[in-house]
Design a protein. Structure first.
Length: 574
């Protein structure tokens, strides 16, 4: 096949001992010689794993990508990378996001690949491999696994995560029997796919589509919808063209694309986890994206999508109502989309969505009649979070967005579990629950525990929300007036470490303020006495993580991974 010399030619087009070695071993499964004629070699980066239940259909999805690559005249080579399952992996999948990103980066760079299709679904499988690919910067398309069908329990829709929180609180409050609890488990997750609320997985699939690195429809087609397989097949065809045109990931992931994604996140009421992940991805590809960009670009955007955990519908409903293209069209018609941003199908984002239709205005509201007004992600500052903290107003209780009260402090998550059910715990609904040492270094891995369950004695009085403050993250399926990602975290010596029971804290979301009402001199005295907690493990990857992880406001990436090395391997093996 004549044409442009691709990166893979340095392996497969050689006519010497090394060319023999590169080709001969690949031929061992029946690959004919004509596949080494200089055609684009496409990697299919697969996060399939039975330990990642959300990604167990990915062998089928990869086969559809493979068909597409072959149809377009490319040569597909599938490879596995570390897969991060949100539900099984301890202590938290986030601890390993950077490790998986290194796996993806080195697998892509070190092998004879001209382009790559990334397959991700469960929360961390999306940012990890996209971060890795960004550091290599070859033509890349992302195909998400798609959400599960809606959960159905006794005549009601139940959503992944969201109803786990509410049902486990009902169980604790004695409103649900154990038998009902077990029955709901079977009813909630009844098909392939990832969480079907607008949790982190659905949010990240929406980020992929709004960044332009996924094909239109990527966010919402259910995992078991045939159109998901069609999308994978089309991605397989399209990546071959992207290689021929040399459209690299950095031409897609521009500052404008990130701003589109930030606005899309506000419009879908997306997960707070997207803040950390998008900053990390941007810093890999060389785009300067900060917490302030989130507040600035997202301000003035309304939540249009009525999905759990903020609303009542699920991703299947979102798909049938028109999916993300219908949302992006609303943004575009209201001056909130960089319309020229290039996407992987070769069209601008506006060309992709300008004719998108909405089929159900109760699921996807118009901008003129939004589901919730002026939401986005609010970035808080103050002596408690000099480098920032975030809150998701669409998931919070409006009456608590301006609140002053006394802190009830938990030194870590074990301390919280030990004391929260104690009927003698000195707490009332005006208290602010403060959790320390659950940030990147402290947990380690920044657990999704920021939405601490309320004490049973308060739940039993019918109160469902209190202000909660921590350096932790929150599941995208969770809700409440929850201040997250406090930077610097407690374990890194942030002011959060110095909060004591009874201290007054003032939260004012409208003023973007979070202030610990303790004098500077008293804080200085407490800091003198403060000792950093010992790392949970002193060896191996946990040690590497503890020593190199950056704070949440910088995407919690490793300091040595920021930026990219590009596609060139500095040393050859010959
Ligand atoms: Fe995998 Fe929710 S557990 S997406």
């Amino acid at each position: 096949m004549a044409g442009k010399k691709h990166r893979s030619a340095d392996w497969f087009s050689r006519q010497d001992i090394y060319g023999f070695i590169y080709r001969s071993w690949v031929k061992n499964r029946g690959v004919p010689q004509d596949q080494f004629d200089g055609r684009p070699v496409i990697g299919i980066c697969n996060t399939w794993s039975e330990l990642t239940p959300c990604n167990t259909h990915f062998r089928v999805l990869a086969d559809h990508v493979r068909h597409g690559v072959l149809e377009a005249g490319g040569f597909p080579l599938e490879f596995p990378v570390m897969s991060l399952g949100e539900t099984l992996l301890r202590p938290t999948a986030m601890l390993y996001r950077n490790l998986a990103s290194m796996d993806a980066e080195e697998s892509i760079r070190g092998n004879p690949l001209d382009g790559v299709v990334l397959l991700g679904g469960c929360d961390k499988t999306t940012p990890s491999i996209l971060m890795g690919a960004a550091s290599v910067d070859i033509p890349t398309i992302f195909v998400s696994g798609g959400p599960m069908l809606s959960g159905k329990y006794r005549g009601h829709d139940i959503g992944s995560g969201t109803n786990v929180w509410s049902m486990s609180e009902d169980l604790r409050a004695g409103k649900l029997t154990l038998e009902e609890f077990h029955e709901a488990e079977s009813c909630m997750h009844r098909s392939h796919g990832h969480c079907m609320t607008m949790g982190t997985a659905s949010t990240m699939a929406s980020m992929v589509e709004s960044l332009g690195v996924g094909m239109p429809g990527n966010a919402a087609y259910p995992a078991v919808d045939a159109r998901r397989n069609v999308l994978a097949r089309l991605a397989g065809r399209r990546i071959v063209e992207l290689v021929k045109q040399d459209v690299r990931l950095s031409q897609i992931l521009t500052k404008q694309a990130f701003e589109n994604a930030i606005r899309a996140n506000a419009a879908i009421g997306g997960s707070t986890n997207a803040v950390i992940h998008l900053i990390a991805i941007a810093r890999r590809i060389g785009v300067d994206l900060s917490l302030d960009d989130w507040d600035r670009a997202g301000s003035g955007v309304h939540t249009l999508v009525n999905l759990m955990p903020n609303g009542k519908y699920l991703m299947e409903d979102f798909c049938y109502a028109g999916g993300l293209p219908a949302v992006l069209r609303e943004l575009g018609e209201n001056g909130l989309l960089h319309k020229d941003a290039l996407t992987v199908n070769g069209q601008s984002i506006w060309e992709n969505v300008r004719n998108a239709e909405c089929w159900n205005r109760d699921v996807i509201h118009s901008f003129k009649s939004p589901f919730k007004e002026h939401t986005g992600i609010a970035v808080l500052r103050g002596n408690l979070c000099p480098d920032g903290a975030i809150i998701k107003p669409s998931a919070a209780t409006p009456a608590l967005m301006k609140h002053r009260g006394r802190a009830v402090v938990f030194a870590n998550i074990e301390d919280f579990h030990r004391r929260i059910d104690d009927p003698n715990l000195a707490i009332d609904e005006r208290s602010l629950m403060v959790l320390q040492n659950c940030g990147p270094k402290g947990y380690p891995g920044m657990a999704e525990v920021g939405n601490m369950p309320l004490p049973p004695k308060i739940l039993k009085r019918g109160i469902t929300d209190m202000v909660r403050i921590s350096d932790a993250r929150m599941s995208g399926t969770a809700y409440g007036t929850v201040v997250l990602h406090i930077s610097p975290e407690a374990a890194a010596g942030g002011t959060l470490a110095l909060v004591r029971d009874g201290d007054e804290i003032e939260l004012d979301v409208a003023q973007r303020k979070l202030q610990l009402m303790v004098s500077d001199s008293e804080l200085a005295a407490r800091r003198q006495r403060w000792q950093p907690p010992k790392p949970a493990l002193e060896r191996g990857y946990w040690r590497l993580y503890h020593d190199h992880v950056l704070q949440a406001d910088q995407g919690a990436d490793f300091d040595f991974l920021v930026g990219k090395s590009g596609p060139f391997v500095p040393r050859d093996n010959h």
